[in-house]
Write a protein that binds this ligand. Sequence first.
Ligand code: 13P
Length: 339
Amino acid sequence: MNLQELERITHWMVADSRGLLAADESTGTIEKRFKAIGIVSTEETRRAYREMLFTTPGVEKFISGAIMYDETIRQKTHAGVPFAEWQTRLGIVPGIKVDKGTKPLAGSPAEKITEGLDGLRERLQEYRGLGARFAKWRAVITIGEGIPTQYCLHANAQALARYAALCQEAGLVPIVEPEVLMDGAHTIERCVEVTSATLKIVFDELYIHRVVLEGMILKPNMVISGMQCPQQAGVDWVARETLRVLKRCVPTAVPGIMFLSGGQSAEVATAHLNAINALGSQPWKLSFSYGRALQAPALEVWRGQETNKAAAQSVFFHRSKCNSAACTGSYTAQMEKAA
Ligand code: 13P
């Protein structure tokens, strides 16, 4: 492992108020998103959509890395430049989702376990050859009656740590993503409890697996009320509780925390990140690694039509700019109106 190189990549990814574009939807997931607005999902429409995002003029000012899916990292711009090479030229670090999705957890089937460790060492080598310099693995934790169990937290944390150790061995920065889902009627207090328990056990396992914290990025959920909870915590409340949990659970050796959006609307996800950063400077950089919250408005405009490309790119540019401003707490609702 070349630790210096891992640290260099990690710092690049979190520097200068930039964040990550999570464009790593599996074929099934992107098909669902496309279908919802009447786009037929083919290899070419998926390629054209990702090209629209990756070639948005000037977006590299706000986006430091892009997470791709296996199919995507093998694709090229229409002019024949591999996406990973295109990104590298712009100073956007190419990344790859390496987990193979979730399955019911044996013995506790209401919970999920992430698969993908078999053959991972070899796949990481291949992805590095294709230009990837970081990877992502997502564990999913569900809040409900009697769940999450300690068993589920432990099994997922152990898989995350085994993945992260393999990434570092292969010279890839691991993004460690334990996502506590926002589905459910639970309160923000319950989200505090579950997110804390999740992060504690994740960092225990990372330690046991000898993962070097300086060469990784944490991608957590924000601490928010369940989507169906009758009392929804406001933006400042979410910011305070999120920061409280992170301070209790995340070692300061971790250079960056890049949040997922998890189903929050685009503007709410930006407002939350902004409020967190407005609470002052912290030991880690606090930025974004959004999928839906960065893409949804642009996808809505694009609709699979080449003629909509420029308009969709300007929407994506705007969301990226707003989230970059949120990294310094300088985002304002005015920025939305100005657009
Ligand atoms: P969302 O921001 O849409 O939650 O996606 C982020 C991600 O990478 C999920 O794994």
